[in-house]
Design a binder for this molecule. Structure first.
Ligand code: ZN
Length: 315
């Protein structure tokens, strides 16, 4: 999909039509009474664009009614372009880049980026990771804690992140308060199929939470992989995931506050889980994001408001 050639990225009406055909494959869905395909388009000049009237309840609606896009002054084609860019950019796209590329104010770009990130985070693919004869690698890392200049006092603490990655499959990463059994055990139990074989490093916290899983192997990070019991013993997959995340955080976002860390993790999880290596194309990623954006509401206040926007700008 070429950005410059595709009218959904340059024309608000084309963008609206794309949203309608994507979100309403069987015809317009009335948000008032739920009837599908029983509405007529109101094309008169006195109506706002994209207005429909339901034959069931006489209610009026558009494809963006009740969503963050409805009251946004940002044209729909720019929303779609932002979704496409965030879905396709391996290391993410900062509000600064979005502000310059889309000709929006920084504040609008910041809000839009967070809303899209939230849609990516909440669009989790259901079901546990792993299964019989499958390996799930679990590892922890620490994010942040560096101050580029003395303006940051005190230096923010490093934030622990735990990721679970099914080899050849999906990831789920979590920002936790501390890396310990109390925090990790429920996550592992809930998110990993008990028939899976778990690989971790030699951290002493893991063995106590392995009861119930099919097996557990540990690896010393400094030692090359080897084979035992039919499995390649390593945690390279989860370490690669962390390296993509950290390159994105350092290269694109420079600094991420503890408050927003889970949203950035959601963004990187989303792209990893809908990567082309699993047969997913850029267009499908955009569809997933659009469904997330229209399915939920997020007010400016809820994601931290003006104060957070300023913090992000100076970061
Ligand atoms: Zn209706």
């Amino acid at each position: 999909m070429s950005i410059t050639d595709n009218p959904v990225f340059t024309d608000a009406e084309a963008a609206r039509e794309w949203l309608e055909s994507t979100l309403w494959p069987e015809g317009p869905i009335c948000p008032h009474c739920g009837m599908i395909g029983c509405s007529t388009a109101l094309n008169g000049k006195s109506h706002r664009p994209g207005l429909w009237k339901c034959k069931g309840c006489d209610g009026h609606f558009t494809v963006t009614v009740g969503t963050v896009m409805e009251r946004s002054h940002i044209p729909l084609n720019k929303w779609l372009l932002a979704m496409h860019l965030m879905g396709a950019s391996k290391k993410g796209m900062s509000a600064h880049q979005m502000h310059r590329m889309l000709g929006l104010t920084y504040k609008s770009a910041w809000f839009m980026c967070h809303r899209i990130r939230e849609a990516m985070r909440e669009g989790k693919i259901p079901g546990p990771l792993g299964g019989a004869n499958k390996v799930v690698e679990v590892d922890e890392t620490y994010v942040g804690g560096k101050a580029k200049n003395r303006a940051f006092k005190p230096v923010p603490p490093k934030e622990p992140v735990v990721a679970l990655v099914e080899r050849g499959g999906r990831v789920r990463s979590h920002h936790v308060a501390t890396v310990d059994g109390k925090n990790l055990k429920p996550i592992l139990k809930e998110q990993i199929d008990a028939a899976s074989h778990i690989m971790t490093d030699e951290s002493p916290i893991y063995p106590s939470m392995m009861g119930g899983f099919a097996g557990h192997s540990t690896v010393n990070h400094s030692i090359n992989e080897y084979v035992r019991g039919g499995f390649f013993i390593h945690t390279n997959t989860v370490e690669n995931y962390f390296s993509i995340f950290k390159r994105g955080i350092i290269g694109t976002y420079h600094h991420v506050s503890a408050t927003h860390l889970k949203r950035y993790l959601g963004e990187f999880d989303f792209r990893y889980n809908l990567r082309s290596g699993l047969g997913v194309e850029d267009g499908e990623r955009m569809t997933h994001i659009a469904m997330g954006v229209t399915g939920k509401r997020l007010t400016y206040r809820r994601i931290g408001g003006r104060k957070a926007a300023q913090t992000a700008r100076h970061a």
